[in-house]
Design a binder for this molecule. Sequence first.
Ligand code: FAD
Length: 397
Amino acid sequence: MGVNIIVEKCVGCRVCVKVCPVAALEMVDKKAVCLDTCTLCGICVDACKFDAIEMPEREVAVEINPDDYRGVWVFVQPDHGKIHHVSLELVGEGRKLADALETTLSCMILSDSADLFTDDLKTYDIDSVYIVDHPVLKDYRTQPFVESAAALIRAHRPEIVLIGATSTGRDFAGGLATALKTGLTADCTGLDIEVETRSLLQTRPAFGGNIMATIKSSNHRPQMATVRPKVFPMPLQKPESNPEIHRLEIDLSDDNPKTCLIEWIPIEEGVALADADIIVSGGRGMGKPENMTMLLELADLLGGALGASRAVVDAGWVEYSHQVGQTGRTVRPRIYIACGISGAVQHLAGMKTSDVIIAINRDKDAPIFDVATYGYVGDALEIVPKVIVELKKQLAK
Ligand code: FAD
């Protein structure tokens, strides 16, 4: 959809073509024509002196009755034959939300081999599993996944749908919220329930991470949120759980696909930050790129991974894949060692739920000490080499 051109008023002056930032207007027979690439920014509407361009009318939202919707659902993201751990983390959080609402917790599986996942899910505390099992759902693609999920949700009307904020989850959640004409809060770092209104309180950083905003989706259902991996802990298993299984048969055609999977090429990550039990992380206080080597050595000795602040990544000292924080990875290791990192809110957003945080900083007032379990006020360039020497001695024993 694009802007509406009122052909009778268009004089062919080309002003709109010149101002359009995405080249979505062109002239055909001296009249402006809007292309599919229009983003509805409205710049051309303001620029046209002849009132020949109008914004399209907005679709009126469908009135819904929240009481028609019950239950909390978690999207089970396939991860090469396994369930992605973020989905299980959401099962744990979903249980708490469902208990607060005195309703059920369900999982949604979209797959060509759903039973593979159902067996695993039976070991967690869930009430039911909703399944679309179809050969077209072999690999993730937006169109068939959104179509199947929308069909399940329209049929069973959950009030909350939780999705992992992975690359797949972000794509899927956006498509699904659009198909269902409901709201979506991305990258939540906290979820809660306002019991009186059955509203999902979705907390996430806003304004560059300087404030935490709590968002409610009062007028639409389901309430949808994505949550990054490792924000919530893995739930305990509950072997005696015996969820009800519901299957939906739908006619998914793959005759005219918008996308297809050509080849699967895994990214060489080098570091397994997300799964590391111990992370040694460096910030601008490490002084220069060469000094990051001592952190890598310490991480190797501890069997951990190297992390970094954005300042260090932006300076080109290490790759983006090492970045911890709001625009990097969210991590939850057993031990997080922060060396020369000030502890800006955007960094803390990615690591503050680590079990133990050890901070080394020259500035005793650095905010990292507010979240640190153990703090060392001192020069990381002196302390880290001493720790390495001591560790080597211990390991040699
Ligand atoms: P600095 O803030 O410069 O801190 C360096 C620290 O090192 C200081 O506390 C200093 O006292 C200490 N120090 C200096 N020398 C030594 C020494 N020899 N020994 C010990 N300590 C020493 N940042 C992230 O990290 N991750 C993100 O994902 C992220 N996303 C962002 C998103 C947005 C929208 C914005 C606006 C910012 C984001 N940032 C992010 C940037 C963030 O605001 C900070 O600028 C950044 O985290 C600072 O990195 P730093 O702590 O390494 O550097």
